[in-house]
Ligand binder design. Structure first.
Ligand code: AMP
Length: 429
């Protein structure tokens, strides 16, 4: 289906054509007509599926339709809430590009940068506000924004907004926007809290499911290397160096670990930058810019970077550690294999992470093949694998199973003998 058939006007079609979009993605085909009809829409889709344009294009069209009489008196008519600074900046840029041909103004506000320049922009009047909840509330308190004229509210990556603990900010903001409005919600998964948010904020939303997690992840070649935790840094730098990879995004679970891995990579001679929540906004922006430009080889990041990161053609994503939340695995590996391109995601897994791996497989709905990287095998796993593959090992395992199974004859005899012995002992006492 072509974009024309979705009901978009020529000024928007021209802008997206200039961006090289030739046909809508599945989320765009489904969501755009519904938003144009004024419906509340709740869609499960993640970054990389084209969801920004799915809501931004029809919003721009709806807002542009209503002519503003006094341009100096613009008011915020669309509010887009996002979880992170990175996503706010990215959505802000996309909206500017999509609305290039329209007389609409937008602005992205988020923390970690100076407050006053944002106030100045807001004072000049805007139609669309993209914001992280915390910074938006600061603006509300300072009275630099007025949300009483909002017609459309978007929750972009609603699950992450709530995961980050913004529930009370969201409730406060919902009380400030008019009750009569259109609400759109995009989320990767439908957790209990996302469902609750939809209940309190939406009217008869139309639910759209684009892809399940497993399908999304299938676009990416996934490899799991089992190795010891204390060998991971060595393996990581060896893998990158020996295969001459030039743009590798490495995920760690904690900021501390990101700092340590980053330092190790740098010491190994690999040009590396680190991206996590403690870094100043300017440092984070620079790290991303340099990484995108290819001037650094390795970007070590915590999950903050797993969403809202838009880097095309990223060939390698490495999970130095599996994420604490299994759902983040899909977001992380979604940084590669975007827009139909091939990508590879490698996870270094130590034995303490086996339970998380199981959780991930549950979400994906399929198992992941576990391998060893030559020279970095763990002794425990080698012994276990060897035992599995020998005939003696197989017999031993089946015997162990029979003895522990409650219905097995051998197990039953053994248990009965044990019980008799205990009774006998008691009798003697
Ligand atoms: P998003 O999921 O909104 O973060 O979009 C992911 C990437 O896909 C961005 O680089 C968009 O510019 C791009 N994109 C969105 N829609 C289309 C489309 N219909 N055709 C080609 N690229 C697109």
């Amino acid at each position: 289906m072509a974009f024309e058939k979705l009901g978009l006007v020529s000024s928007i079609l021209t802008a997206i054509e200039a961006l090289g979009y030739t046909k809508p993605t599945p989320v765009q085909s489904k969501v755009i007509p519904l938003v144009l009809e004024g419906k509340d829409v709740m869609a499960t889709a993640q970054t990389g599926t084209g969801k920004t344009a799915a809501y931004a294009l029809p919003i721009l069209q709806q807002l542009a339709k209503k002519e503003i009489k006094e341009k100096s008196k613009r008011s915020i008519r669309a509010l887009i809430l996002v979880p992170t600074r990175e996503l706010a900046a990215q959505v802000g840029k996309s909206i500017e590009a999509y609305g290039k041909e329209l007389d609409l103004k937008s602005c992205a506000v988020y923390g970690g940068v100076k407050f006053t320049p944002q106030v100045k922009k807001l004072e000049n009047g805007i139609d669309i506000l993209i914001a992280t909840p915390g910074r938006l509330l600061e603006h509300v308190k300072q009275e630099s924004v007025n949300l009483s004229k909002v017609e459309i509210v978007v929750f972009d990556e609603a699950d992450r907004i709530l995961d980050m603990g913004f529930w009370s900010e969201v409730e406060t903001l919902l009380a400030l926007v008019p009750k009569k409005r259109q609400t759109l919600l995009f989320s990767v998964g439908l957790s209990k809290s996302v469902k609750r948010l939809s209940e309190i904020s939406m009217k008869k939303p139309i639910k759209i499911e684009i892809n399940n997690q497993g399908d999304l992840a299938k676009k990416v070649k996934q490899t799991i290397y089992v190795c010891d935790q204390d060998k991971k840094c060595e393996l990581l730098s060896f893998m990158i160096g020996s295969q001459n990879w030039h743009q590798v995004l490495v995920f760690t679970k904690t900021k501390q670990s990101a700092d340590e891995v980053g330092a190790y990579m740098e010491d190994s001679g690999l040009k590396t930058l680190i991206l996590h929540g403690d870094k100043a906004h300017s440092a984070r922006t620079k790290a991303l810019k340099d990484f995108k430009a290819g001037t650094i080889r390795v970007l070590v990041a915590t999950d903050i970077a797993s969403r809202g990161l838009d880097i095309e053609d990223l060939p390698h994503v490495i999970n130095y550690e599996l994420p604490g939340d299994a759902e983040d695995y899909v977001h992380r590996i979604g940084r590669t294999g975007r827009a139909g391109k091939e990508g590879e995601a490698i996870s270094l897994v130590c034995k303490e992470e086996k339970s998380v791996l199981k959780e991930i497989e549950k979400i994906l709905k399929y198992g992941l093949k576990v391998e060893f990287y030559k020279g970095f095998e763990t002794k425990e796993w080698i012994d276990k694998e060897a035992k599995k593959s020998t005939i003696k090992g197989r017999i031993e395992r089946s015997q162990e199973k029979r003895l522990t199974q409650p219905n097995s004859i051998v197990g039953m005899h053994k248990r009965k003998a044990k019980e008799k012995k205990q009774e006998h002992k008691k009798g003697r006492k």
